[in-house]
Design a protein around this ligand. Sequence first.
Ligand code: HOZ
Length: 431
Amino acid sequence: MKEFQKSQKLYNKGLENLVGAVNSPVRAFASVGGNPLFIKKGKGSRIIDVDGNKYVDLVLSYGPMILGHRHKKVQKSINKALKNGYSFGASTENEIKLAKIICDTFPGMDKVRFVNSGTEAVLSSIRLARAYTGKSKIIKFSGCYHGHQDSLLVAAGSGLATLSLPGSKGVPEDAVKNTLIAEYNDLESVKKHFENHDDIAGVIIEPVAGNMGVVIPQNKFLEELKTFLQSKGALLIADEVMTGFRSKFGGAQELLGVEADITCLGKVIGGGFPVGAYGARNEIMQMVAPLGEMYQAGTLSGNPIAMAGGISTLTELKKQDPYILFDRVGERIENILLDAAKKHNVDITVNRFGSMLNPFFTKVKVTNFKEAQTSDTKKFAVFFWEMIKNGVFLPPSQFEAWFLSSALTEEDIRVIENAVDRAMEKVAESK
Ligand code: HOZ
């Protein structure tokens, strides 16, 4: 039986000077009960908590650790970068190298601007869409999460869905008056907004949603969305913070064959260090200062350590080309979930897109936020804790994706299989 005494102690201590003892609400165990675990270290596919419990890690820092923890080559490149200095507030060669890898990979990006997080990438991309089109309104999809900037913190997934919050206190109505909400996989809901508004700058979407759990675009939804937006002179903004370099090297856009006007990246491109990026064709990026009049800046943007982490991660990722493997391993885990659910007579739906997946405790096919919310979150909580007890670290929320790394081994899959079987049994008993 796993013990969590040291985590518990740190949690109590953390409460004194940290909000909820965490630095991001999704890390709190609010919807699964109990208290957050404190992690000591990670290597490859595994992490160890402060009590010495080992886990196969399917959180992977919510996506960035695609090669697993402390990959040798990434570590080497970071050590090398550290010797040269941590930050200069001036340009370094590695910014050009990482930008080139990104622009060579995404055909819709001639230029890129580095920032420090996915949130920053998205908020800058919204400003850019407005600057370029001269229009104000942005459509977002219910259940998609684009970071914690004011204007998109409505009908959002991730931590808000986990905590059942419709929006955030402190966001003035004025900040969201230019945000319109549409339903994922429902083009008509987008079209309706265009019937009622003539000042729509663009639509932001997670091309594969990972923040209401995994939700996949159905029946050419993205292609049709893009064609429709083109006909209206509005921009398609792809939030590929999760899917960029993960669904495929060229992200969900490469896999789905849709090219966005503006792309937001984060997570994998920093190899675990804080970084984000947004980019587009030259004609759009021309708007950004110092070339144009859309202002956006950052003291630590293009940070040398993050650039080194990103370059080595992407270089190794390209070499490994793990996408077919991800699909095979993902399919095996999907089948492990489905088989265990069948064996223990539990209703589940599993959504998976390559190396992102998760089960919903519902019979319903999940293609949008409403359907995701039919999942029985109490069952998820039972499932979650039994997975933890049996050595698999999952996001403590029904509305977060699980991620796979290329460091997963056969032994890890056996651990997952055993844990899933026990967890489904517990869920069945909890009925
Ligand atoms: N779903 C979030 C990332 N897009 C998880 C990370 C966080 O908010 O802490």
